[in-house]
Design a protein around this ligand. Sequence first.
Ligand SMILES: NC(=O)c1ccc[n+]([C@@H]2O[C@H](COP(=O)([O-])OP(=O)(O)OC[C@H]3O[C@@H](n4cnc5c(N)ncnc54)[C@H](OP(=O)(O)O)[C@@H]3O)[C@@H](O)[C@H]2O)c1
Length: 352
Amino acid sequence: MEVRLAISGFGNVGQGLAVLLGRHVGAYRRRYGVQLTLTGVVDRLGGVADTSGLDPQGLLEAKRARGTVAGYPGGEDGLKGRGFLERSRAHVFVEAASTNFVDAEPGWSYVRDALELGIDTVLASKGALALHWSELMNLARRLDRTVLFSATVGAPVPSLQIAERALIGAEILDIEGIVNGTTNQILTAMSRGLSYQEGVRQAQALGIAETDPTLDVDGWDAAAKILILANATLGSALSLDDVRREGIRGVTKAQLEDAAGRGEAIKLIARASRDGSDVVASVKPESRPVNDVLGRLSGDDMGVAFNTVPLGQVASTVHPAGESGGISTAMTVLRDVLNLARDRGWSQAPEG
Ligand SMILES: NC(=O)c1ccc[n+]([C@@H]2O[C@H](COP(=O)([O-])OP(=O)(O)OC[C@H]3O[C@@H](n4cnc5c(N)ncnc54)[C@H](OP(=O)(O)O)[C@@H]3O)[C@@H](O)[C@H]2O)c1
């Protein structure tokens, strides 16, 4: 079946999606029986919607040439919001715009509009989940729509899938993870002798850290991720203020050397655990043995470990393959789209 996609945001992730659709759409049709067709894309300045389908390469060229997808034939400056979604007639809306932890816009408005229009939603942005978890989940439930968000918790680590599918029936006691590649990269550089500032600059030069790394180094990004993981898998309804948060600015060379002397490494660990009937979550630097599942992760590696009964520790780690973050995050978004298509019965038997 044809599955129509609309995307808000055409930066690293949105463009990564266009690249991957250009590469793989034929293979997905053959393998999964779904024809993924882009019918709408919007960025800050405008957008384009066409139910007969948009050419991914043409969108990339329009963005390069005019700085906005409104430059694609038929595109419109200022196209946005509910009107854009209606015109795309999408089955799935992908939220891949920049966000914030103050009002979660523009994603929060887009997600509500999409759900109210009967459109299932896949999120790459964390704002709406971090600030409006309960309202969002209640809305999706009431409207019988699906909201998937595996790209928001340390894409491409398949943490949510493990919790929801592989650990079904087991009891998850706690979750711990290195869910922010930027801080792990900086701490790794510092453990090799660089200062904090040098580590930040190196991560920026590698394209891993943002020009303003505040959300990463002060633990906001990791806090949002652990709250999403905790709410999705431990049944809590935490908000960002509930997560105790300490970033990596205070980590000193002396602490790193001390840890190394004990065969340990300092890592920014995000954790959520049960405390009676409550769930508590935190982000803080911790010293870990270098041979444990998280302590051994270096550079921008990421991983999540679930401590469970009766299975013990079940973990998933990712060593990035060298593709840009936008491509691997876009792949994670597509994973959600394809799983959604399968769960909704939109996939058909593959061609023989
Ligand atoms: N990069 C990653 O690996 C990664 C991983 C996990 C999650 N995420 C999340 O995914 C989202 C996108 O990340 P990114 O790296 O692609 O960011 P990015 O490169 O900064 O791109 C952000 C995009 O959002 C668009 N945008 C901003 N305000 C908008 C609005 N009001 N309406 C429509 N579009 C708007 C921007 O438009 P213009 O192009 O016109 O400026 C841009 O295309 C972010 O929320 C990020 O936190 C990213």
